[in-house]
Ligand binder design. Sequence first.
Ligand SMILES: [Zn+2]
Length: 178
Amino acid sequence: MLTPDEPRPVLLMNTVWASRSRLHDDLTTVSGLRDFLGVPAGEDDLVAFRALRQALRDLAGVLTEDTRPIAQDRDLGRAVAEVNRAARSSPRWPQLAVRDGELLRHNESEGSPADAERASIAAEAVDLFTGEDRVLLRACHAPGCVLYFVKDHPRREWCSPSCGNRVRAARHYRRNRG
Ligand SMILES: [Zn+2]
């Protein structure tokens, strides 16, 4: 995982990544999805998570006015419908429990663990895209990078230190050649 501290919708978007201009995809197999989620998952879940990921990337592309080649062909209406479908995929409600005389809260949900994960990532995405942090969402414009990130401090320009280093190295190279 290249950007481990991002919110979960951004982590899902960033399962598509690039190195040396080659595109990689962590979600091409069911086992890749299981690794990402940490819960059991099947073929249907893989299809559903890939559809949600595309929708999240489309919405991030619109919000960040992303001009990178990978972010073209966005379909806002389809993306909104997909996030809404995912958010409905597993109803969730708070429950009380008593342990040693203390009241505790836990969430219960209907459906499989993968459905519950998909619904909660979609719900987080609704908050991310409509909340205060939406203006902090960024596309990383380091050469070849396809990731998104939330700009969590004012001087942050890149998704990761490695992208920052590559940009600085490229500038240095150009300066020394010129
Ligand atoms: Zn980057």
